[in-house]
Write a protein that binds this ligand. Structure first.
Ligand SMILES: *Cc1c(COP(=O)(O)O)cnc(C)c1O
Length: 414
């Protein structure tokens, strides 16, 4: 192959205002370019311990087992599901968007008996609906999504932990898109396992999945591990169904690597860990609550601006995530043409939608490093200009004025 035709990596500058990924914070990128050290260098194991402590802060938990799974967000999801679900276990999944379907799909691969309840896209569940289904199904696990970017909705979780305790159910939530942009109280809400990813509100590139596990769920995983060791040493096939089918995602082994035993498993993805470390430091330096308030401030500014353009927003706004907004594509406008003009003429990316919303809704994100006034103002300006260009006439300047008014009324200058 003629490599002279290949240029050095030099991606075009983009402002990523979709549902993720978003532009990484430069501090995270700098941390990731640090030189490598050995896997058992005391400096490295210190960083691993510090990462555990930092993410306890981000997840609002005292859970000892708070660590990183190497891989994108679904690596964290899969590690938890594969390590927890035994073949034949009943699981209940309240589905309100695409990522609920993903949980069902992974749980089926784990040979779970999967039960679902559904609401139309754009809505969330009331806790009573979930409790009723728990009483009927009697699942071992309740698998939930907190913020489903496919619909932009945020499922309230506050009461689910207490409900699950009463019925002896383990509670998992996928907080990939919501963590650090919306409140999540792992301990106070009684959630047994949470997983996340870097490329939404956590300001980093995809490739690392922070997770946290309660002692209750770790006990279950460890019990399974003993059975597994028994199977291996006995060298027979009996009880094979108890075995966790994945080596990479076997959390029993991953915990032994992150714990004081430091048993060799994978080689921790060093550069990714440096990035995750710096991302958590950024978040805790700003303060978790202040960061969530910032996401709300800028998310609301987009909402005000979009309304002022005469556009309609998607879903139950009372339950919208702070960090992403669904906007109906007005009739007569081709959604992808607008997205291409935004990208080519302004260098701004906004999101399309999946499934039932495809071609009907754009998704505009304000998260992590891009939950900033200048990003909001640029995006609203560009969208307004492009809409007028393709023939959807707005009162030019109205969106910006609405956002300005919102910032002024909020007393915000950032
Ligand atoms: C964006 C998102 C993911 C992404 O998973 P990746 O493996 O990082 O692509 C997972 N879950 C939810 C709820 C998301 O919004």
């Amino acid at each position: 192959m003629d490599i002279s035709s290949l240029s050095q990596i030099n991606p075009p500058p983009r402002l990523l205002m979709g549902p993720g990924p978003i532009n990484a914070d430069p501090r995270v990128l700098r941390a990731m370019s640090s030189q490598l050290i050995g896997q058992y260098d005391p400096a490295m194991t210190d960083y691993m311990n510090q990462v555990m402590a930092l993410y306890r802060g981000v997840f609002a938990t005292q859970n000892q087992w708070t660590l990183l799974v190497d891989g994108t967000s679904r690596a964290g999801i899969e590690a938890i599901l594969v390590s927890t679900i035994r073949p034949g276990d009943k699981v209940l999944v309240p589905v309100f968007g695409r990522f609920g379907h993903l949980l069902c799909e992974i749980a089926r691969r784990c040979r779970a008996e999967v039960h679902t309840i559904e609401v139309p896209w754009g809505e969330v569940f009331r806790p009573e609906q979930i409790e009723e289904a728990i009483k009927k199904v009697k699942p071992r696990l309740l698998l939930t999504v907190q913020g489903d970017t496919s619909t932009t909705m945020l499922q309230p979780l506050e009461q689910l932990g207490e409900i699950c305790r009463r019925h002896g159910v383990l509670l998992y939530t996928d907080a990939t898109a919501s963590l650090a942009g919306n409140p999540l109280e792992t301990d106070a809400w009684g959630i047994d396992a949470v997983s996340a990813g870097m490329q939404k509100c956590l300001c980093g590139p995809s490739g690392t999945s922070p997770i946290t596990l309660s002692d209750r769920i770790v006990d279950q995983i460890r019990k399974r591990k003993c059975v597994e060791e028994g199977i291996r040493t006995a060298q027979h096939q009996q009880g094979d169904e108890e075995m966790i089918y994945s080596n990479y995602f076997d959390l029993g082994m991953v915990l032994d690597y992150w714990g004081p035993e430091r048993l060799n498993h994978h080689t921790e993805a060093t550069s990714a860990l440096f990035g995750a470390y710096e991302a958590a430091r950024l978040i805790l330096e700003e303060g978790l609550e202040a960061g969530i308030a910032r996401h709300k401030l800028h998310g609301d500014a987009v909402l005000k601006g979009v309304h002022a353009m005469g556009l309609q927003v998607f879903g139950d706004i009372q339950h919208k995530m702070n960090n992403v907004l669904g906007v109906y594509i007005p009739s007569g406008v081709v959604g992808d043409e607008v997205r291409h003009l935004m990208l080519n003429d302004f260098g701004i990316e906004i999101g399309t939608s999946f499934g039932p919303l495809h071609g009907k809704v754009w998704r505009i994100g304000t998260m992590g490093y891009n939950a900033r006034k200048s990003c909001v103002m640029q995006t609203l300006t560009a969208l307004e200009a492009v809409l007028n260009h393709v023939g959807f006439k707005t009162v030019q300047g109205a969106a910006l004025q609405a956002a300005w008014d919102h910032y002024q009324a909020s007393g915000a200058h950032a």
